[in-house]
Design a protein around this ligand. Structure first.
Ligand SMILES: [Zn+2]
Length: 327
């Protein structure tokens, strides 16, 4: 069996049935064994070394109790605002996302005298974009930070009801937001938007393209959002046709990857080319070309050509194809 894609974590117990048990959730928030993943305005807390390596920083319950306060309904209010979100269990320990976005200077808060002794004084401590260091994290940490980022992002974008415009409140340990207008009370659920990502092949050649926002020399698989009323297979064919004018057949599913940048699930496919002449849509891409398998196998990344980042399903699709013997 192949390893899951980066940012996926099959060992993680979401314990979804416990989200409605508010007393149990409250007890877990206060439980000294519980752990909290801080997120600040979609950025994750890491300890970065001078060499650029990063390690996730997870907060203990005592630190969080000092940060949040635990009396006079403070905790309930913070939960209702969606600042404390139950993520699930790892080895029976509850894990939460802790949204610190209300603070303008979260590092100052973490380094306040009240938290001296929490081990947060290190100079390499910083909030940063998971995309910058995710691939260097341990897989389970990458998955945990990705989930925390996705959930806090959803809360930040659903503070008001999309039906009537009234404020919403978080319920079910952060997995629901309900409209506060009594005559509306619409329930909103966390969103993840499907995107297809596909490696198109023609025998021993693979079609890769580059977007002008990519790193210098980076070529990757084509990708795009699934539209309403469209099957995944049709989305694959349409995106390839729109971006390169190539027709595809034999669309086969490979695997999926949670991709919280900001709120996607990437659905990976292989497709065979039914036509081979490329017409690049320069609105979408800067270039698209066929690359020979042997050339890809012998090339090492440089500014003229590099494969996509190692934590991406795009890289996985390409490497799995390259690893296949023969065809
Ligand atoms: Zn409403």
């Amino acid at each position: 069996m192949r390893a899951p894609n980066f940012y996926a974590h099959p060992g993680f117990e979401r314990a979804g049935l416990r989200r409605r048990e508010s007393e149990w959730i409250r007890a877990r928030v206060l439980d000294r064994e519980s752990l909290f993943v801080p997120v600040w305005r979609s950025q994750s807390l890491v300890l970065a070394s001078e060499a650029g390596e990063a390690q996730a920083v997870i907060l203990g319950a005592q630190t969080v109790a000092t940060l949040l306060g635990s009396g006079n309904g403070e905790l309930e209010e913070q939960q209702a605002q969606g600042q404390v979100i139950f993520l699930g269990l790892i080895d029976d320990r509850a894990h939460f996302a802790l949204d610190l976005s209300v603070h303008d200077a979260p590092l100052d808060v973490l380094r306040s005298p009240a938290l001296a002794g929490a081990g947060l004084a290190a100079s390499g401590l910083r909030f940063g974009d998971l995309r910058q260091f995710g691939a260097g994290l341990a897989r389970h940490e990458g998955a945990l930070l990705a989930l925390a980022r996705a959930m806090t992002f959803w809360h930040s974008r659903h503070r008001f009801c999309g039906v009537c415009g009234a404020p919403t409140r978080s319920e079910e340990a952060g997995h629901v937001r309900r409209c506060t207008a009594p005559n509306c009370a619409t329930v909103h659920f966390p969103r993840t938007d499907p995107a297809v990502i596909m490696l198109v092949t023609d025998g021993d050649r693979a079609l890769l393209g580059r977007n002008k926002n990519f790193l210098p020399g980076m070529y990757s698989t084509l990708a795009g959002f699934v539209e309403p009323g469209e099957s995944l297979e049709d989305a694959v064919a349409r995106e390839v046709r729109e971006e390169t004018a190539i027709e595809v057949r034999a669309v086969h599913y490979h695997s999926s990857q949670p991709w919280p940048f900001p709120a996607n699930i990437m659905l990976g496919f292989y497709a065979e080319a039914a036509s081979t002449a490329i017409t690049v849509d320069y609105g979408e891409l800067e270039d698209a070309r066929w690359f020979e398998r042997d050339w890809l196998l012998s090339h090492t990344d440089d500014d003229n050509f590099r494969l996509p980042r190692r934590d991406s399903i795009a890289r996985r699709l390409i490497e799995d194809w390259l690893a296949r013997s023969g065809s």
